[in-house]
Design a protein around this ligand. Structure first.
Ligand code: PXL
Length: 265
């Protein structure tokens, strides 16, 4: 029997089902993986706004991680919604204890309207506790700017500089997602010596809620299946692009809707 690869997301629930652990678990199901989830928070959220957040305690996050990693283990792990200092420290401690391979750190710092969601201390803790554990860190352009505490990254040169900086702060590889050009969206990968650009045509739609989560989750799944980083990013970008295209005309809520992660049979 062909066993599925085991994949673990550490992040928040999106009650609207577009982002967060719901995006990760649906992506992994679509790709044939076995998804597990450690919840850091539950959000009350829809296509318009994040209305409320209930945080798990650090002890309970650790307890979930112990349960999963001491038994199932994981072929790849992704972190997402970690907007509290003590949760970042707890997650880092457990990742150092169990040392799973293929750690993807998706530094969720802004909402889908690109507004910062957490206090500044969170940004700094990413450097001390999470970037040194990351096989890949996957900020979007806005999150990379927040991490660097700078204003917009509005040129290829600035994005490349940000990627080098994040690499120097401990991430093995860096993918800066979603640089907008007039006709294309570019994701830029830096492996410590070489930059690789991944391009897709820009799709004119509001329905991109969760697209960053889907991309990083898909990378995680392909890495777990044994692809090298460049191949994993290329396949994941294609998967995400198709999912945006399929849902481009959906109108599920009044604002930014989700992606269509499953193709109709
Ligand atoms: O898309 C990033 C993200 C991830 N996880 C949760 C979120 C968001 C954005 O709002 O709420 C739970």
């Amino acid at each position: 029997m062909n066993e599925p690869v085991k994949l673990l997301t550490i992040g928040g629930s999106d009650s609207g089902g577009a982002a967060g652990i719901q995006a990760d678990l649906k992506t992994w199901t679509a790709l044939g993986g076995y998804g597990m989830s450690v919840l850091t928070a539950v959000t009350a959220q829809n296509s318009l706004t994040v209305k409320d957040v209930a945080w798990m305690t650090p002890r309970f996050v650790q307890s979930q991680l112990e349960a999963v990693l001491s038994d199932y283990g994981a072929a790849a792990v992704k972190t997402g919604f970690l907007g509290r200092a003590e949760l970042i420290i707890s997650v880092s401690a457990l990742l150092q204890k169990y040392k799973p391979i293929n750690i993807v750190i998706d530094p969720v710092l802004v909402n889908h309207r690109q507004q910062p969601m957490f206090p500044d201390a969170v940004r700094q803790l990413y450097f001390c506790y999470l970037l040194p554990l990351a096989d890949l860190v996957t900020p979007n352009v806005t999150e990379a700017a927040v991490l660097l505490n700078t204003s917009t990254l509005d040129s290829h040169g600035k994005v490349r500089g940000a990627a080098e900086w994040l690499h120097r702060r401990g991430a093995r590889q860096v993918l800066i997602k979603g640089f907008r050009e007039p006709e294309e969206v570019v994701d830029i990968l830096f492996d410590g010596s070489t930059f690789t650009e991944f391009r897709q045509p820009l799709i004119n739609t509001l329905n991109t809620h969760g697209s960053g989560d889907v991309l990083s989750a898909a990378i995680c799944a392909y890495l777990a299946r044994g692809d090298d980083m460049e191949t994993a990013v290329a396949k994941a970008q294609q998967f995400t692009h198709r999912a945006i295209r399929r849902a481009a005309n959906w109108r599920l809520g009044g604002g930014h809707g989700p992606l269509a992660l499953f193709s109709k049979k």
